[in-house]
Design a protein around this ligand. Structure first.
Ligand code: GDP
Ligand code: IMO
Ligand code: MG
Length: 408
């Protein structure tokens, strides 16, 4: 019998396993050369992905990190896109002598300055501590079915009607002049990005069918996911692996591997439960060592121990096959390191986080610290993560630059 050998490129989803800022940008950049396409599927300029390029830190908010290495960058339909910020980032990359190959989904939703203003207004009351990038109001509009899509930038009547609806439904105090200014601005941006706007779900599937490989670059992290995160202290999109399917139109059968990114400890920006959080001097020291300040807002990040309850769950729901463990250098030299293993919530023990984790008490295991990347104690730390998550730790990161990375 004839056997048909089909050469299939492996596509990889890269997903944050904690509260964001795990080092996704660094790892995507490290892996980018192996892929033809780097595609974002969720979020918007709330993300901040740092890449050290030729020794200089470059922060990506909307563009997929791989564009800096000349890869095709796709901004998927699941994103909330501020067109002015896309243009700023394109200009930043161009000023580095790189001309990004970019495609923007015609079906992605547009963040306007009105969405941004509403985000600030609402968060005063709600207290999530959002990035004020207009993300919540943009996704709310999407599901309310009044959202502005990228394709609407080319239809002035639709654009005006949708903005007016947004103003009315949110009781915004915007006069006719301001509305006209915003319409002019959006149409102008539309013109500037027009050459990049396509039906990206068709493009990416056709490219993959013709043998090109894709890396799906996650933003935020599993516990900021609107379904699986610490609701309501989450972002407004699907940051977990399911977001690849709905946010790019990529069928599950085309996601071959899932690489989870986990920091060797835990950080969180903004409000919400954080069971292994370290307060006081210990927390301040870890924050200073790890330079834990937000890439988007500059806010100090809250810091704490590694939380295996969260990692176990993130690995489970994302189908994580491999893990990249980052910021190992920051813990290096500590005598001992605690790792959260289980929660006690209302007298019940949990190995996976229940719907509400506020007030849960954490049980810890103690690990011996490591003196170098080859130390046996680090190996014990890593083996424990593998046992608990049932995923292989395939990358160790011990510095922000691509060179400070080992593959196992
Ligand atoms: P992302 O949002 O997941 O891409 O992560 P961010 O870029 O917001 O935050 C991670 C920060 O840690 C960035 O400043 C990175 O340059 C830095 N970083 C990434 N990996 C490492 C590492 O292994 N060691 C150290 N010291 N810094 C790292
Ligand atoms: P990357 O991709 C860390 C947090 C905000 C806030 C909550 C909701 O860099 O890992 P939003 O503006 O999305 O409505 O804010 O989510 N948040 C992030 N925290 N990293 C991010 O992205 C984040 N994106 C949003 O701080 O708590
Ligand atoms: Mg970040």
């Amino acid at each position: 019998m004839d056997t048909c050998v089909v050469s299939v490129s492996m596509n990889l989803a890269v997903i944050g396993l904690q509260f964001g800022d795990e080092g996704k940008g660094k790892i995507v950049d490290f892996l980018a050369e192996r892929f033809d396409i780097i595609a974002r599927f969720s979020g918007g300029s709330n993300a901040g992905h740092t890449v050290i390029h030729d020794g200089v830190p470059v922060k990506f908010h909307l563009l997929p990190s791989g564009v800096i290495r000349g890869k095709v960058g796709i901004l998927g339909n699941g994103m909330a896109i501020d067109p002015g910020k896309v243009l700023d980032e394109i200009n930043m990359i161009k000023s580095m002598g790189i001309h990004p190959k970019l495609y923007i989904s015609s079906k992605a939703h547009v963040v306007t300055s009105l969405h941004r203003a509403l985000d600030s207004r609402d968060d005063e009351l709600v207290g999530i501590g959002t990035t004020k990038q207009g993300i919540g109001p943009t996704y709310t509009s999407k599901y309310r079915r009044i959202g502005i899509r990228v394709a609407d930038l080319y239809n002035p009547q639709t654009l005006e009607k949708k903005l007016q609806l947004f103003i009315e439904l949110n009781s915004l105090n915007i006069d006719k002049n301001e509305l006209n200014e915003e319409l002019k601005r959006l149409s102008h941006y539309g013109t500037l990005i027009k050459d990049s706007v396509v039906d990206t779900e068709v493009l990416i599937n056709n490219m993959m069918d013709s043998g090109k490989s894709a890396l799906f670059e996650g933003s935020q992290g599993t516990f900021l996911d609107v379904d699986f995160g610490t609701y309501p202290f989450v972002t407004s999109s699907s940051t977990t692996v399911g977001g690849v399917v709905t946010g790019l139109g990529v069928p599950p059968s085309k996601i071959h591997r899932v690489l989870g990114i986990a920091k060797a400890y835990t950080t969180r920006v903004g409000a919400g439960p954080f069971p292994t959080e370290l307060s006081g001097k210990e927390g301040d020291e870890l924050r200073a060592r790890g330079r834990e300040y937000g890439a988007t807002t500059g806010r100090p990040r809250r810091v704490g121990y590694l939380d295996m309850v969260l990692l176990r769950y993130a690995s489970l729901i994302n189908g994580v096959t491999e893990i990249a463990l980052t910021k190992l250098d920051i813990l290096q030299g500590m005598d001992e390191i605690q790792v959260g293993t289980a929660y006690d919530c209302n007298a019940t023990r949990y190995l996976y986080p229940p719907a509400n984790i506020d007030g849960c008490k954490v049980n810890y295991d103690l690990y011996a610290g490591w003196a170098s990347i080859d130390d046996k104690n680090l190996n014990d730390y890593v083996k424990n993560i593998e046992r608990e998550t049932k995923a292989r730790v395939s990358i160790l990161s011990y510095g922000p630059e691509p060179e400070s990375t080992v593959e196992l």
